[in-house]
Design a protein around this ligand. Structure first.
Ligand SMILES: *Cc1c(COP(=O)(O)O)cnc(C)c1O
Ligand code: SF4
Length: 335
């Protein structure tokens, strides 16, 4: 079941939930019955990438657990401020792949549109945490420039709406963008990269589903879930609504120290995903973005985890272990 269609004059539930999200680590800790003294290390007093956590996501965390794997993904710790060799602001070379402002092409046949810089949850390990969104110009101009660049690129047959989170666009903006993409004859597929089905499931409304179903393009949805506890009942229902559109649903995770660096956790994640009609797609090694070194899991450990996972699960429940390498023609497969 999806959220009931809102009356026109009401603020949609998902926007109300976004406005009520925690943006203060102390408030979040308080809601979890934790004090900063119980944390493994101090909070980062003034993070450049602010704290943002919807209440529904916080409700999935264990009370009183300073090591909770969901909390760890969102809590700005002092470790973020420690410079680490090899950790940089643009670890994946986004800056060298621009076809137009906010339109990136690294791989043959597909281009990635940074639809918005906004996210509903600020993941501390985000490889775009330093992306210069503000330099890209106003939304309508960016979209017009992106469409114009795509008109000149007949070899691109798939557009990926990414971000930030593309589902944070308002319905009319998203509908207009999709309509403009529909009109490009060379496009076959529209891919959405979104974390909202799990972190803000109320965003998956009937109206949104109708907009997605109205496109002539084949829809593929890639969600981002790192730990089985992120898949609560609301997320499960939101994913089933998307599955009803007939779109393949795939998941990408990042392998994160202290979050999902255990074979039992990864196995449970795959089992929870498939119950919601989602197949595991990628397990990314951490991109070395400055501020995220405390999440690093070495490649050898990633290989060992995947090898163990393959001994336990059917092949379709084992994600591909990948690393993004600057200038490579595809994500680098590590196993
Ligand atoms: C990761 C990425 C893609 C998608 O790669 P797939 O292997 O097709 O999932 C596309 N464009 C850019 C710029 C990317 O970073
Ligand atoms: S949802 Fe994705 S883009 Fe947004 S902060 Fe998290 S990792 Fe970054």
């Amino acid at each position: 079941m999806v959220a009931r269609t809102q009356q026109r004059w009401q603020t949609p539930t998902w926007k109300q939930e976004l406005a009520a999200a925690f943006n203060e680590p102390l408030a979040l800790l308080g809601a979890l019955g934790l004090s900063p003294a119980e944390l493994p290390e101090p909070l980062q007093p003034a993070p450049d990438f602010r704290c943002l956590v919807p209440q529904g996501f916080a409700a999935l965390m264990g009370r009183g657990n300073p090591y909770d794997p969901l909390l760890r993904q969102v809590l700005p710790l002092a470790a973020e401020a420690r410079p680490t060799a090899g950790y940089v602001s643009d670890p994946v070379g986004d800056g060298n792949a621009r076809l137009a402002p906010g339109l990136l092409q690294k791989y043959q046949g597909r281009a990635l549109l940074i639809a918005t810089g906004a996210c509903a949850l600020h993941c501390r390990y985000c490889f775009r945490r330093h992306y210069p969104y503000a330099d890209e110009g106003p939304q309508q101009e960016r979209f017009a420039a992106a469409i114009a660049a795509l008109e000149q690129a007949p070899d691109i047959n798939e557009v990926i709406l990414s971000g930030g989170d593309p589902l944070l666009l308002d319905d009319p903006v998203l509908a207009a963008l999709i309509a403009a993409l529909d009109a490009l004859p060379q496009l076959r597929r529209l891919r959405l990269h979104s974390r909202l089905p799990s972190i803000l499931p109320s965003r998956i409304t009937e109206r949104l589903c109708a907009i997605l179903a109205g496109s002539r393009l084949q829809l593929v949805v890639v969600v981002h879930i790192n730990h089985p506890a992120e898949l609560g009942e609301d997320a499960h229902r939101a994913l089933l609504s998307l599955a009803e559109l007939g779109a393949p649903l795939l998941n990408q995770s990042v392998l994160l120290r202290g979050v999902n660096d255990a074979v039992d956790t990864l196995g449970e994640l795959s089992e929870s995903l498939i119950r919601a009609r989602v197949l595991p797609y990628y397990l990314h090694l951490l991109d070395p973005v400055s501020g995220a070194a405390h999440f690093d899991v070495p490649e050898a450990e990633g290989r060992r985890l995947i090898t163990q996972l393959r001994q336990r699960l059917p092949g379709y429940l084992v994600p591909r272990l990948v690393r993004e390498q600057r200038g490579a023609a595809a994500k680098t497969l590590l196993l």
